[in-house]
Ligand binder design. Structure first.
Ligand code: FES
Length: 104
């Protein structure tokens, strides 16, 4: 396993957002309410990009159809709106960076 740094800790702030392409997958690294999240840049509803989603108070709102998802659980917040969830990836803090473990 190899550590891949994605951002330096001093670069992060609430509202931070970075698109990342890693191992052929589009990901989003965001910070909201002091918490950093890494998840697939794909809406679980109809697979729209989440690059333009709004993120506030722990809630991500997809720009395509407006469905909302909890950043803490990945679950949709509207009953019946969508059965999928945000796909999170574990983050690792190492030194002054945050990143992921990837198989080499
Ligand atoms: S594609 Fe995101 S809410 Fe429909």
């Amino acid at each position: 396993m190899a550590y891949i740094p994605l951002a330096r800790l001093h670069e992060l702030y609430d509202g931070y957002r970075q698109s990342i392409r890693l191992a052929g997958q589009e990901l989003l690294l965001v910070q909201d309410e002091g918490q950093v999240y890494l998840f697939a840049n794909v809406c679980p509803h109809r697979q729209a990009s989440l690059s333009n989603a709004s993120i506030n108070d722990g809630v991500l709102r997809c720009a395509r159809h407006g469905l909302q998802f909890s950043l803490r659980t990945g679950q949709p917040l509207q009953p019946g709106g969508c059965n999928g969830t945000l796909q999170f990836f574990p983050l690792i803090y190492e030194g002054n960076t945050i990143g992921v473990e990837a198989s080499s």
